[in-house]
Design a protein. Structure first.
Length: 332
């Protein structure tokens, strides 16, 4: 029996306040569990769109997907999620990741696993307003330096995004969920599950305490060819990064698209995305196609599916298609 996963919608940080409000009103008409906003480099910070949408989302959990501790200090991360938690009456979650493309702005990412671990612990330390010092290998926080306001909650759910074994083990110890971003491949769940289980065992937690989310570019439309062609275009910018993380990727094909990426020719990458590759890195097609993809992912134990930008040629129409034809397929 396939267990019903939770469903999320994720938006890019490139829209106006009015556009986010219209999207939020549409999402709120359907039982989506989570609404996320990407915090990708050079796009709007996720907090703004999340706050614009918060008054219109009455049920869903909201959070950034994801902040990184190399461009945002943990004290600022704690402040952002505390503010979002206040704006949603306790429905915020914190998404954390080591970050991508930071080399382009000269930001190094040393000790990523330790840095992410200590970021989670320090954020929790701050939200709980603990008076003792925090002494880590990466972060230090002086005794008596507590937040000067009372957060709604002294802790909140944490999602850590990764494809890596070491980070997955760490997430198994301290996180509530792990997100494999840029993947619609059921095999990626099996790839990281042993590491998550090992981490949970080390912390004397149940492995079931850590959810597994798959999130990827999504294009849904009644016109299958239109949807899949647009998905190829949208996924092209991410493939040189995420395809290298998937062990099922053909190395010769990967070398080819990386060389094309160096030339900045995204259209050439678009033309070089076969169907099987598209299905591993995007949710693309008609609502029935999306249902089949979700069924395969749910069957291997993923607990949440995140439908990512752009959603469709018209995102409002795409949300309606997902809400009316995909989510109901997983109702009891």
């Amino acid at each position: 029996m396939v267990v019903k996963p939770r469903f999320g919608i994720a938006f890019q940080g490139n829209k106006t306040p009015a556009e986010y409000r219209a999207l939020a009103e549409t999402v709120d008409a359907y039982p989506f569990d989570v609404v996320s906003v990407y915090n990708d480099l050079l796009f709007q910070p996720a907090l703004g769109p999340l706050l614009w949408m918060a008054p219109l989302l009455r049920r869903a959990q909201l959070g950034p997907a994801a902040l990184n501790p190399y461009t945002v200090h943990p004290i600022e991360i704690a402040g952002q999620v505390a503010l979002l938690d206040q704006s949603t009456n306790g429905r915020a979650y914190l998404g954390l990741v080591r970050g991508a493309w930071l080399d382009r702005i000269g930001v190094s990412q040393s000790r990523p696993v330790q840095t992410l671990r200590e970021t989670v612990l320090l954020v929790r330390h701050l939200l709980a307003r603990r008076p003792e010092a925090f002494s880590g290998k990466v972060w230090q926080h002086a005794a008596g330096t507590t937040l000067q306001y009372a957060p709604v909650r002294d802790s909140m759910p944490v999602t850590i995004g990764t494809w890596g074994q070491a980070t997955a083990r760490m997430a198994g110890e301290i996180a509530d969920e792990i997100k494999i971003g840029g993947s619609a491949n059921p095999a990626s769940v099996a790839m990281l599950r042993p590491a998550i289980t090992e981490g949970a065992r080390r912390a004397r937690r149940s492995a079931s305490a850590v959810g597994i989310c798959l999130g990827a570019v999504t294009v849904v439309d009644r016109d299958r060819d239109l949807a899949r062609n647009l998905a190829r275009k949208e996924v092209a910018m991410y493939l040189p990064v995420v395809a290298a993380l998937d062990p099922h990727t053909d190395p010769e094909w990967l070398a080819r698209i990386r060389a094309i990426s160096q030339r900045g020719d995204l259209m050439a990458i678009t033309r070089d995305v076969p169907d099987d590759v598209l299905d591993r890195f995007a949710f693309a097609g008609t609502p029935r196609d999306i249902v089949r993809q979700v069924e395969d992912i749910a069957a291997v134990g993923a607990t949440r599916i995140e439908f990512g930008t752009p959603l469709g040629p018209n995102p409002v129409d795409a949300i309606r298609l997902l809400g009316q034809h995909v989510l109901p397929a997983f109702w009891p």
